[in-house]
Design a protein around this ligand. Structure first.
Ligand code: ADP
Ligand code: MG
Length: 699
C-alpha cells in the first residue's frame, strides 16, 4: 500500500481558495472572492484572468478537456467534454480556455427532462458558472460547476433553485439578526449528508438483470441469515471493503471532499460514509460526486456499489441523513444555544422558525424525498415514517412548554423564563441520535432530516427546507420590525409559535402504529405514503405561493417539476414491471419447467425400476411447483395487462395512481409465487444468484 500524505493530497485536484490566492493577482482574487461571498456580479476581465489561470493550473495537472458540470432533473450529473486544444498558426496546437467559456456553456440539452418548459425549437438551454462551488479535475477534465437554465430563464436543474433558496434564507435571516443588533455579511446553511450504500460482488451483480436494469432485486427468497444477529453494524470491515474505502477516501480527498467517517451499517453488505459538513451548495455538489466516485471505485475493486433505497427485501434499505444548520459568515451557528439571555432568545427564535417551517410545509419536505425507491423505506419499520414530525428531546421540549405556559421550568432555577432576561437552563445536547425513529431531529446544534433516500440529490430537500424557514423568518421579521417593545413582542411571538405548532413535536417512537393513529387522527398531520400521494401537493396553492414569493421557483417551473418527478416515478416502476415480466418469461418459468422435467423423469424412471418406491419428495414437489408455474403464469399475464393499461392514460397524475394502485400490488403478488418456487427448486436449476450469494459474497 502506497503511503499517503493526506494534507498534500487533500484538495489537490480542486481550484480552491488556496490555489486562487496563490495564483491570481490580488485584484482578481478579491473581485472573485466578493462574487463568491457576497454574490457581486463578476466582470469580464476578471473572468478572463480566472479562466487563464484555471487553464494553466488544469493543464499542469494533466487535464486535456474542460466541461460545464451540471445537475439536470434526471437526478444525476451531466457533463459534455470539450478539448482545450486550438490550432496554432505554426500547425501545432495551443491550449485555450476563455472567460466566456468559463462563464457560459451551451450544451445540446434537448434530451434532458424539462417538463414542457423548453420548447424543442429552443432546445439549447445554457449553463452558467457557479463560482461558489470550486472547479475541480476529474478524469483529466476540468469540471466547472454550473447552473442549467433555459433561454427564457427557467431553471432546468437542481442547483438554480437551491442557490435561490439559499439567497432567500440569507435575506430573511439577516433581517432577524439585525433586530438583535448584529450586522453580518451573510447567513448560509451548512449540510453534512451521511450516505448509506451496499457493496456486492460484481460477478453476482451482473448475473441479475433486475439489479442491472433497476438497481434493486425484484425477486429473491430470504436467505437463512439476514441482519437479525446485528453482527454487521459497526462490525470489523472486510479486507476488500477496507481496500475500497481507502481508495475511495483518497479519490474524495483529492477533490476536496471531507470524507470523515465510515462504518458498516445494519444490513449485511451495507456501509455508510459521512463527510464533514460544508455550505449546502458545495455539500450538494460533493454528495453528487461522492455517489459517482463510490460507483467507479467499487468497479475497480470488482464490486458494485448499490445506491438504491431498497436493493433487497427483508433487510434494511439505504437512506441519507441531511444534517442541517444555519451559520453566519463569522462561523456562528444560529442553532447553537447561546451563553447570554439575548443569544438564547435569538436561538429560540431560529429554532421556532424551523419548527414552524416543518409544520407548515410537511408536504413539501415529504415530497422532496419522494421517489419510487424511497417509497419502499418510509414507514417500513426501518426508516422514519412518511409522517413528518420534529424531535427536540425531553429537556428542550420542557423548556418550550414552560415558555408557552409562563410556568416555572422544572430545572435548577425553577423560575418563569423571560426571554431576553434569563439564560436558558443548560440542557444536554442530544448528539447521540437517541431517537432514531424521528424523521426530523434536533441534535444539539443542528437538525437532522432523515427521510432522504440514499440515491436522492440532497438539493431537493434543502430547497424546501431553506425556503420554508425563510418564510417563517420573514413573518417574524415583518412583525418584529414594527414592534414598539421588541422584547415583549419577541416573547409573545415565541409563545404563539410554540402553541400553534406544537402538534409537529413528537419525542416518542415514530415506528409504532399508535403514532400513525395519533398523528393522523388527533394531530391532523399528513401521512403521504407514496410518491403518487405526495407529489401533487407541490401544486397546492399555499406551497406555490410560498415558493414563488421567495423567488425560489416560478409558476411554470413548479408545474414542470411536478410533472417530471411523477414521470420519473412512473417510468421507474414501469421498467421494474417489464423487467419482472422478462425474467419470469425468459428465465424463471423455463427454469421451473426444467426442474419439473427432471422430477417427472426421475419419478417415472424410479417407478419403472421398482414398484416399492414412493417418490414422495418428487411427487409433492412436482405438484406444488406445477401449481406455482400456473399461478406465476396467471400473475405475469395480469401484470402485463396492468402495464399495457398505463398506455391509455394521458394524464401523469392518473398514471401515477394506476402505478400505485394496480401495477405495484401486482408486482408484489407475482414475486411472492416466484420466491416460493425458489425455495422448492434445486439451486443448480435456479437461473439467478440467491440473496445469500448477493449479500454474503464479499470478503
Ligand atoms: P451522527 O449523526 O452519526 O451522530 P454526527 O452528528 O457527529 O454523527 O455528524 C453527522 C454529520 O453531521 C456529519 O456529516 C457532520 O459533519 C454533520 N454536522 C455536524 N455539525 C453540523 C452542523 N453544524 N451543520 C451541519 N452539519 C453538521
Ligand atoms: Mg446521523
Amino acid at each position: 500500500m502506497e503511503k499517503k500524505n493526506v494534507p498534500e493530497l487533500f484538495g489537490s485536484m480542486v481550484f480552491d481558495d488556496r490555489v486562487m490566492r496563490a495564483r491570481l493577482s490580488a485584484k482578481v482574487y478579491h473581485a472573485l472572492r466578493k462574487t463568491i461571498d457576497e454574490n457581486v456580479k463578476l466582470d469580464v476581465e476578471v473572468a478572463e484572468a480566472v479562466a487563464a489561470e484555471m487553464r494553466d493550473w488544469a493543464v499542469e495537472k494533466g487535464a486535456t478537456h474542460f466541461t460545464h458540470w451540471f445537475q439536470p432533473l434526471t437526478g444525476v450529473t451531466a457533463e459534455k467534454h470539450d478539448g482545450f486544444i486550438t490550432p496554432s498558426p505554426d500547425g501545432g496546437v495551443i491550449m485555450e480556455f476563455s472567460g466566456k467559456e468559463l462563464i457560459k456553456g451551451e450544451p445540446d440539452a434537448s434530451s434532458f427532462p424539462s417538463g414542457g418548459l423548453r420548447a424543442t425549437f429552443e432546445a439549447r438551454g445554457y449553463t452558467a458558472w457557479d463560482p461558489t462551488s470550486y472547479a475541480f479535475i476529474k478524469d483529466h477534465t476540468l469540471c466547472i460547476p454550473t447552473a442549467f437554465c433555459s433561454y427564457s430563464g427557467d431553471a432546468l436543474d437542481k442547483k438554480t433553485p437551491l442557490l435561490r433558496s439559499m439567497q432567500a434564507l440569507n435575506l430573511q435571516a439577516k433581517r432577524i439578526l439585525k433586530l438583535f443588533g448584529k450586522e453580518v455579511k451573510y447567513v448560509r446553511t451548512s449540510v453534512g449528508p451521511e450516505q448509506e450504500y451496499f457493496l456486492i460482488d460484481k460477478e453476482m451483480f451482473e448475473k441479475r438483470p433486475d439489479l442491472v436494469y433497476t438497481g434493486r432485486t425484484l425477486f429473491g427468497a430470504m436467505p437463512p441469515k439476514g441482519q437479525e444477529l446485528d453482527d454487521h453494524y459497526f462490525g470489523v470491515i472486510k479486507p476488500r471493503v477496507t481496500a475500497f474505502m481507502e481508495d475511495l477516501n483518497s479519490e474524495l480527498w483529492k477533490l476536496g471532499i471531507l470524507a470523515k467517517t465510515e462504518h458498516n451499517e445494519v444490513a449485511p453488505a451495507q456501509h455508510e460514509l459521512a463527510p464533514i459538513f460544508s455550505t449546502t451548495n458545495v455539500a450538494t455538489d460533493n454528495n453528487q460526486l461522492t455517489m459517482e466516485i463510490m460507483q467507479k471505485v467499487a468497479r475497480k475493486h470488482g464490486m458494485v456499489c448499490l445506491l438504491h433505497e431498497k436493493p433487497f427485501a427483508g433487510v434494511n434499505g439505504s437512506g441519507k441523513h441531511n444534517n442541517w444548520s444555519l451559520a453566519t459568515d463569522t462561523g456562528v451557528n444560529l442553532l447553537s444555544p447561546g451563553e447570554t439571555p439575548y443569544e438564547n432568545a435569538q436561538f429560540l427564535l431560529f429554532l421556532c422558525a424551523v419548527v414552524q417551517a416543518v409544520d407548515d410545509y410537511q408536504d413539501l419536505l415529504r415530497l422532496s424525498v419522494a421517489t419510487a425507491g424511497n417509497d419502499h423505506r418510509l414507514g417500513a419499520n426501518e426508516a422514519p415514517p412518511a409522517i413528518i414530525s420534529v424531535f427536540l428531546g425531553d429537556e428542550l421540549s420542557a423548556i418550550l412548554d414552560a415558555i408557552k405556559t409562563d410556568s416555572p421550568y422544572q430545572g435548577k432555577e425553577k423560575e418563569v423564563l423571560k426571554l431576553g432576561v434569563h439564560v436558558l437552563p443548560r440542557f444536554s445536547k442530544d448528539t447521540t441520535d437517541r431517537n432514531r425513529t424521528s424523521p426530523f431531529a434536533f441534535t444539539g446544534n443542528k437538525f437532522e432530516f432523515r427521510s432522504l433516500g440514499s440515491s436522492n440529490s440532497i438539493a431537493c430537500c434543502n430547497i424546501m427546507l431553506n425556503a420554508a424557514v425563510a418564510e417563517s423568518l420573514k413573518q417574524y421579521a415583518d412583525r418584529l420590525e414594527g414592534a414598539k417593545d421588541f422584547e415583549s413582542e419577541l416573547h409573545e411571538l415565541i409563545k404563539e409559535v410554540i402553541a400553534k405548532h406544537e402538534r409537529i413535536l413528537f419525542n416518542g417512537n415514530g415506528y409504532t402504529d399508535e403514532w400513525v393513529k395519533e398523528a393522523t387522527e388527533k394531530r391532523g398531520l399528513l401521512n403521504l405514503k407514496t410518491t403518487a400521494d405526495a407529489m401533487p401537493h407541490l401544486l397546492d396553492k399555499k406551497n406555490m405561493d410560498m415558493l414563488m414569493s421567495h423567488k425560489v421557483f416560478t409558476e411554470s417551473e413548479l408545474h414542470s417539476r411536478c410533472e417530471i418527478m411523477l414521470e420519473n416515478y412512473c417510468k421507474t416502476v414501469n421498467i421494474e414491471g417489464h423487467t419482472m415480466v422478462d425474467m419470469v418469461r425468459k428465465n424463471y418459468l423455463p427454469a421451473m419447467e426444467g426442474y419439473l422435467y427432471s422430477l417427472a423423469k426421475t419419478t417415472s424412471m424410479m417407478r419403472s425400476v421398482s414398484d416399492n418406491v414412493k417418490c414422495n419428495y418428487e411427487v409433492s414437489t412436482m405438484e406444488r411447483l406445477s401449481e406455482l408455474t400456473d399461478a406465476i403464469l396467471d400473475r405475469v399475464e395480469k401484470l402485463e395487462k396492468a402495464l399495457e393499461n398505463l398506455k391509455a392514460f394521458d394524464d401523469i397524475i392518473k398514471t401515477s395512481e394506476a402505478i400505485r394502485d394496480d401495477v405495484l400490488p401486482k408486482m408484489e403478488d407475482l414475486r411472492k409465487y416466484v420466491d416460493e418456487a425458489e425455495m422448492l427448486t434445486s439451486e443448480k436449476c435456479w437461473p439467478f444468484p440467491s440473496y445469500g450469494k448477493l449479500l454474503f459474497s464479499v470478503y
